[in-house]
Design a protein around this ligand. Structure first.
Ligand code: ADP
Length: 159
């Protein structure tokens, strides 16, 4: 079965990310959602909270694996013998950064390719940071994230 890594901060995972996982799995079969432990970002959810929340969402989905990683993505991919990285594209604004990152990764490990998947247009404006902002001020996030994530956000921002 073909395998791919879908890396990201997922702080927290949103319906936009889930849309990309679903699209990626129809192409690759086995998707390894890799949660980045990024020392430059101070996440709302710890790495273990983010992993657990994602694992719960995909608990009954064969072929979806969730794990954390730190360090260089391409080294991690190589260690796992996976040569495809999935990234989601929302608007043109994502492109510059993603293009730079994909070419840097190719420079480091030419055998690893990045595949970009376009999100459903209804998620094209959705981001984890927007969801956190709305949740913080008690706005309705039910159409942005699964119910388990909405609950976890409520616990982070108690009234
Ligand atoms: P990172 O810090 O690596 O950008 P994110 O969790 O923000 O981590 O995003 C992980 C990946 O998911 C990125 O490729 C990003 O473009 C994509 N992504 C984020 N939000 C959406 C969305 N609403 N629809 C589709 N892809 C998305």
């Amino acid at each position: 079965m073909k395998k791919a890594i879908y890396p990201g901060s997922f702080d927290p995972i949103t319906n936009g990310h889930i849309d990309i996982v679903n699209r990626a799995q129809s192409l690759f079969g086995e998707i390894h959602i890799s949660v980045i432990e990024n020392p430059h970002k101070s996440p709302l959810f710890s790495i273990s909270e983010r992993i657990t929340l994602i694992q719960q969402i995909f608990a009954d989905r064969p072929g979806i694996y969730v794990e954390g990683f730190h360090g260089l993505l391409v080294d991690y991919a190589k260690k796992k013998h996976i040569s495809t990285i999935i990234r989601g594209l929302r608007a043109v604004s994502d492109f510059d950064y993603e293009f730079q990152m994909a070419l840097t990764n190719r420079h480091l490990h030419p055998e690893i390719d990045t595949v970009f998947l376009m999100t459903d247009e209804k998620y094209s404006y959705l981001s984890s940071s927007l969801v956190k902002q709305v949740a913080k001020f008690k706005g309705n996030i039910d159409s942005f994230v699964p119910i388990s994530i909405a609950r976890a956000l409520q616990e982070k921002y108690p009234s």
